[in-house]
Design a protein around this ligand. Structure first.
Ligand code: NDP
Ligand SMILES: N[C@@H](CC=O)C(=O)O
Length: 416
């Protein structure tokens, strides 16, 4: 698509982000991008703009040859997949913010996009307002990345911040996150960690050129964080954030996990609050970079969509060079994590799973364990997500084993 060509957009979805994009495009007339038609689901809903724009028939957009870009902004990943793949087959470029659809169908989408020689851009799908995907594709193309870590879900960060700073209950904070348009239509995707894990799947592909499935990531959300660990964190100058990591553990392998984590006061992540997201990259020569920006909400997300639309004028496509090179590193569970577990009683904790236990405190109503656990144990078992068991990563997530100071798991077994 040449710079002089006008972009005719078929917009799918007119919710928080779709309406946000409409407003942003109104404010940027120089882009010469025009929304021709908008496909929505519910014809009866009142809309803020002229009814002439709307249809519930997706084919009105797909069959319209003057529409050269489909911007997919709906909250249904299955329907989105059908729409996006149909658009590719019609030779239309696609911009999407749908991380669940992308993470679920990454390989097929990539192949189809190549087969039909169209662009498929999705900057808004990871951390909304932070331009991370294009940076991973372009800037970190040659300087080898060893790590991408960060806060990648705005709603959970908003909830944790509001609980910590204003004493709101979980339910109150979630209600506001929904009302502000930060949360997914199904907020379980946010609070149970699925959304962050979907984003990490996409980040891993662009960071290391390796396509993994979301279910291969060790992850949980924020629903299990209990007040005991929150109190302990505050007393020890920590806060708790939901952090996502892809970290190279050696030249051939990387770890991928999304877990609540202790964040010390002097960490850059400590003051990343509300719907803000942040990412830290570590690479061979540049060392560390820190990105911070709004990770949810109408305008920050629409801004990322706008940036993708603008990039289409320059025929921009992700080249997936790291994937094409065929020198990807692989996902591994061959590492250990420093963790803190709290639970109501020892019966819900599998002590055998620990590689080392450094502290074990028990009262009549609570158990507190600090130790090291093999990643294998966390991917294979679910006891640490059930029965009120709360797992929080230590500030230094990846463990270095030190048998001299640790009680071995055989000793732990004897304690039970
Ligand atoms: N909100 C945010 O901060 C961010 C959201 N995203 C992603 O952006 C996408 C949109 O999110 P958001 O705007 O918040 O969602 P909303 O729930 O606010 O809006 C969803 C829109 O999708 C429409 N829709 C649903 N199913 C269909 C369908 N089958 N055909 C046509 N239209 C359909 C709805 O139609 P109707 O109006 O008729 O109900 C509605 O307009 C999601 O993938 C989300 O994960 C990404 C980054 C940030
Ligand atoms: N629900 C998501 C929206 C942006 O991706 C979030 O809270 O981060």
């Amino acid at each position: 698509m040449s710079n002089s060509k006008k972009l005719q957009i078929g917009l799918v979805g007119f919710g928080v982000v779709g309406k946000g994009l409409y407003d942003v495009l109104q404010a940027t007339p120089t882009l010469q991008a025009n929304i021709k038609k908008i496909c929505i689901k519910n014809a009866q809903k009142k809309r803020a703009i002229d009814a002439y724009y709307f249809t519930t028939a997706i084919n009105e957009l797909l069959d319209d040859e003057s529409i050269n870009v489909i911007v997919e902004l709906i909250d249904d990943a299955t329907a989105a997949y059908d729409i996006v793949t149909a658009a590719f087959k019609k030779g239309k470029h696609v911009v999407s913010a749908n991380k669940k659809m992308i993470a679920t169908h990454f390989k097929e989408l990539l192949l189809l996009q190549q087969q039909y020689k169209v662009a498929f851009l999705y900057e808004a799908a990871c951390c909304a307002g932070i331009p991370i995907i294009r940076n991973l594709e372009e800037y970190y193309d040659n300087d080898l990345l060893s790590k991408v870590s960060g806060i990648v879900n705005g709603s959970t960060n908003f909830i944790l911040s509001k609980i910590a700073a204003e004493g709101l209950t979980f339910e109150e904070a979630l209600y506001i996150a929904q009302h502000e348009g930060f949360a997914e239509s199904n907020p379980a995707l946010d609070i149970e960690g699925h959304d962050a894990a979907n984003k990490l799947t996409i980040l891993a592909a662009h960071a290391f050129g390796t396509i993994i499935a979301t279910h291969e990531i060790i992850y949980t959300g924020i629903t299990q964080i209990n007040p005991i660990i929150n109190q302990w964190a505050t007393q020890h100058d920590y806060t708790i954030k939901l952090l996502a990591h892809v970290i190279k553990v050696d030249d051939s392998y990387f770890a991928a996990f999304v877990l609540p984590q202790l964040v010390k006061k002097d960490s850059d992540f400590y003051n990343v609050n509300n719907e803000f997201n942040a990412l830290e990259t570590e690479s061979c020569f540049a060392d560390k970079h820190f990105f911070k920006g709004k990770g949810a909400g109408a305008f920050p997300t629409a801004a990322a969509v706008l940036s993708d639309i603008a990039a289409l004028r320059y025929d921009y496509k992700y080249e997936y060079k790291k994937i094409q090179l065929g020198q990807q590193i692989s996902l591994t569970y061959n590492y250990h994590l420093n963790i803190i577990i709290t639970a109501k009683s020892l019966e819900h904790i599998n002590l055998q799973a620990f590689t080392q236990i450094e502290v074990l405190e028990q009262t009549s109503s609570a158990v507190f364990i600090k130790g090291k656990i093999a990643a294998q144990q966390l991917i294979k078992n679910n006891w640490w997500k059930e029965n009120g068991v709360s797992l929080v990563l230590a500030a230094d997530a990846i463990a270095v084993l030190n048998n001299k100071v640790a009680i071995q798991s055989s000793t732990a077994a004897a304690i039970t």
